[in-house]
Design a binder for this molecule. Sequence first.
Ligand SMILES: Nc1ncnc2c1ncn2[C@@H]1O[C@H](COP(=O)(O)OP(=O)(O)OP(=O)(O)O)[C@@H](O)[C@H]1O
Ligand SMILES: Nc1ncnc2c1ncn2[C@@H]1O[C@H](COP(=O)(O)OP(=O)(O)OP(=O)(O)O)[C@@H](O)[C@H]1O
Ligand SMILES: [Mg+2]
Ligand SMILES: [Mg+2]
Lengths: 226, 226
Amino acid sequence: VINLESVTKTYHVGVGVTALDGVDLVVPDGQYVAIMGSSGSGKSTMLNLLGCLDRPSAGKYYLGGDDVSTFSDNRLSEIRNTRLGFVFQSFNLISWMTVTQNIEIPLFYKGVSRSQRRRKSAELGDMVGLGDRLDHRPSQLSGGQMQRVAIARALSNDPMVLLADEPTGNLDTHTGEEIMEVFTDLNARGRTILMVTHESHIAAHADRVITLKDGHIESDIMDYNV
Amino acid sequence: VINLESVTKTYHVGVGVTALDGVDLVVPDGQYVAIMGSSGSGKSTMLNLLGCLDRPSAGKYYLGGDDVSTFSDNRLSEIRNTRLGFVFQSFNLISWMTVTQNIEIPLFYKGVSRSQRRRKSAELGDMVGLGDRLDHRPSQLSGGQMQRVAIARALSNDPMVLLADEPTGNLDTHTGEEIMEVFTDLNARGRTILMVTHESHIAAHADRVITLKDGHIESDIMDYNV
Ligand SMILES: Nc1ncnc2c1ncn2[C@@H]1O[C@H](COP(=O)(O)OP(=O)(O)OP(=O)(O)O)[C@@H](O)[C@H]1O
Ligand SMILES: Nc1ncnc2c1ncn2[C@@H]1O[C@H](COP(=O)(O)OP(=O)(O)OP(=O)(O)O)[C@@H](O)[C@H]1O
Ligand SMILES: [Mg+2]
Ligand SMILES: [Mg+2]
């Protein structure tokens, strides 16, 4: 379970920017949450905190009941690499590696054999429609293809929690729906998903929609129609 | 006027990728065109060719009646910097420069004075809602804020032709509509706009919607309801 308690994040640029302001949030295991809100409202900041890529300026983050601020860097790194999957808003692919090599990076931490990594990576590449692009490097891909490599990479270690920042922002509607099927399958197997999106037909796939405004939660709605 | 005649673009990776396949296109001055199509269908490739950032493998590109393949690199550079505005799918901001400095780059080519550049840049920053972020650098901005810097930069030299690749892909619906008002004003002043988008409520602002599929034009529809 994920639990943010009075979490604040302030950046010290100019007069100071409060990106998150006293946020409280409880996400039970296996929930599928969509996070919406205006550009600059704090969505990526929240996702980065949840993904242990950054620490709060104030407040507490409990992951599975443990206070994340007490974890060593080694423990945080191990959690990020084995239990979390992260799709970045700007993809963050490794430019000198191929599609296959980019996808398989999280699998190194799981101690998986080379042939198993290659098989898993090709399987995921295929699942996101990149079966014929596996040897391309990021500069030889379209924007939506790069986004799909980032998605496949985030799924490769079969994460307990998938954190996805605008995963369909560069995808046509049809390809976006194919990715939604992949996420729905993951969630059906009990995995927790937190997905930032600005597209309501994408948010419609989630069980719950949280809307941020100026760094706090403006609304938090469970979908009773599922 | 823009005129593509049998334009083909092939990349030599693996067995070879034909990104555009014998495309014919005529765009009259002042038209507002939306380009849609699946991820990987050739939209960015087409926009890059139109923006003189790349050359066709075969076929001709006429800009204002002149065959672009006969232009020197200096002339192409001058056209790109003074007559075209380009919003890249991955923004391509300069990481060590502030928002203001990034926006004003095209104005150097117009021989505009420093105080005029600063005033124009602040004005545009304000217009896209970044008035309080002018001294931030790209790493200190949200994804949608970076996208808006790229948009402001593309508009700073008041281009005759605006080429925009998924300009609202990282923007919430409301901010996206604010950007659409800016584009509509530009078009009302007689400027040509070619905009790649996967969102139909964004494409609805254009006069004409072209859909690409596997490197050719699948449909080309004028909107008679405007
Ligand atoms: N430098 C390159 N080398 C090899 N193949 C490339 C290169 N750039 C693009 N491609 C391929 O050309 C095809 C068209 O790419 P393009 O970027 O034009 O697609 P797109 O329609 O913009 O897609 P998206 O909606 O995902 O941004 C894709 O299949 C892509 O893999
Ligand atoms: N490193 C930083 N330094 C200073 N300010 C920052 C930094 N990163 C983000 N910000 C600011 O914090 C606020 C929240 O940013 P965040 O990236 O969380 O927004 P967002 O909701 O993801 O926006 P978008 O929808 O545009 O991606 C923004 O106003 C942004 O300018
Ligand atoms: Mg963001
Ligand atoms: Mg593209």
